[in-house]
Design a protein around this ligand. Sequence first.
Ligand SMILES: [Cu+2]
Length: 129
Amino acid sequence: MKINIIPIFVILVLAIALVFVLGAGCEEEKVTGETIKQPEIKESTVIIEGFAFNPQEVSVKIGSKVTWKNEGSHMHRIINNQAENLIMGDLFDIILKPGEQGSFIFNKAGEYSYHCHLHPNMKGKIVVE
Ligand SMILES: [Cu+2]
């Protein structure tokens, strides 16, 4: 009887170990699958506060929506630099009172430098790639 207990014990330990190995394998696959399924992030936010755009430069994918949120206490008018309007075609001109927000969807690749029409020292850039 004692001779038989040892192989059974060994088989039992191996079986438990196998379950752990397979379990870990499955978990890993699951995580990989979830990572692939995640949609591409196509939204970005720029905060306006203290007469500045934060972040000043943003990189986004083509088709991304960029939202400017005016968290300051003054009105701002966000407009892309005129020299580039002629080349890019796309134009945004967004007037935001304190507490307001406005968006623009960038469908063309390129570098869009912009400024505040009311405060020319406020400058920013959206890089679309
Ligand atoms: Cu301004």
